[in-house]
Design a protein around this ligand. Sequence first.
Ligand code: ADP
Ligand code: MG
Length: 579
Amino acid sequence: MTRILDDPASFADDALDGFAAANRRYVARVDGGVVRSTEMVEGQVALVIGGGSGHYPAFAGLVGQGLAAGAACGNMFASPAAGQVYRVAKTAQNGGGVLLSYGNYAGDVLHFGQAELRLNAEGIETRTVLVTDDIASAPVDQLENRRGIAGDLTVFKVAGAAAEAGLNLDDVERLARKANYRTRSLGVAFDGCTLPGADQPLFSVQPDHMSLGLGIHGEPGISDHPMPTASELAELLVSKLLEDKPDDAGSRVAVLVNGLGTVKYEELFLLYGRIETLLASAGLEIVEPECGELVTSLDMAGVSLTLLWLDDELETYWAAPADTPAFRKGNVAARPHRDVQQLAAETEAAFPKPTPAAAALGGSAVVLLDAVRSVIIEHETELGTIDAVAGDGDHGIGMRRGIEAAADAASQAAGSSAGVDRVLTAAGEAWSEKAGGTSGALWGSGLIALAHSLGNRESYGPQDAFSAASAFGAAIRNLGKAEPGDKTMVDALIPYLDAFSEHLDNGATVADTLTAAAGAATAAAEQTAALRPRKGRARPLAEKSVGHPDPGAVSFALIAESVAHAVRDLTTEKEYAHE
Ligand code: ADP
Ligand code: MG
């Protein structure tokens, strides 16, 4: 349990503030996480890592020379929001592009994915390599579905060293991918962990037992075993990992014995000794092993073993020097400090002050969001009921939380004079942060793309409206990867965009075009009743869903209708004002 705290709600942030204060030599605190406080070489690739808090030294402790350029840090065990990832990456990057790398968890994939789209849209070339080392989480023929645990460190280390050596983004990405492919881990837990402020652990393990393959947030293990001796535990971990060896494995391996939170170093060393003997008798040569707390899980009692199967190239970067708060190796020539607050201020200044006319349009964006808020509140219960047919019933409440946060954030941004871009970006960030759920990340991302497409101008024409709607659609499709017919909001979105472009080409006004497009979305949403879900949470209960429309398609259509009405009201008001 956690004994030292003031307010459980701010525990992660308070701890990060103190961490940054204690490690100014390495890191500087920025909104959303930390970045390197030492200068990088101009054009160097920035490795940006991150995830939930509670895993120290992952992720903030791995920021520094030879490793990560920044870490986005979410709440306890919760993904950082897309806006946090974006701001950390934007401050950390130094002209050579960004490699995002993090453990494969659904929330992180959505939020980092959204940040990746936004960075690329702004011309900062950004790629992603997911860490998928946990052999207990999916079979070997589904490597890409495995989750990330202590293998984070091998992948980050190789990528960070390659970036420090001046390799370009293609090569850093390729090496990170190879390191991930050749990294395999397996862990055991002896006891659960407790979130700060909670009085019960998140999970527990039977006394005198261990759970094999339990995830770092208490995800279920593959089997429970009576507590073995150290030698038996070493034998179990080594044999399972050797069975899972990658095709192209050689005979040289980096070995990590990782403590998950409350296992003594002496116990870890004892286990390491047994493991080394077993690996040596299997004919393997061990290169630069690590034994200690590398990726933890609050106060969880447990250990994991990781093997990185080296080749010459990987060995070079695994063994290269690094200097970070929690991971130091070899001799690193100290680099001068940089003015991180200045860099962060420049990131902030990327939004220029709007003219009064542009700011007035920012106000109109708030009016539209308020209209959307009303329609969602009106239909909240109905959306929840449709989602409960084959999903988890949270679509109504999720959409309400999202739009309420979005409309509030938008009105706050508009209050301090902002154009459409800034108002809608604030709305999108708040939406994905507060809504939770798949739809929240999608709507947040869509709004940010829409904001970026519109920019901060003094007037918009019909073509601008269509470009913005298309950008919204592209973001939803890039992030969610749903195809037409999968029974998602995409099945209402595509007919919406088709009708939009058709009416625009025929010379209709924006208000008429939006009305016609919304009508097409409403009809299409009703027609999703005939489909079987192939994406999202409703997939396992596909049969139950037939005969009922898709909740995300229905809410999209409702929103389209409310935006059409609100735009008509706004333009009519303007016409009166002109008379
Ligand atoms: P969750 O599924 O996480 O509970 P919601 O219930 O809020 O989130 O949203 C469910 C809706 O999200 C679905 O009805 C569908 O329209 C939409 N959705 C789910 N996955 C995708 C996807 N990959 N692409 C587009 N839309 C999706
Ligand atoms: Mg749901």
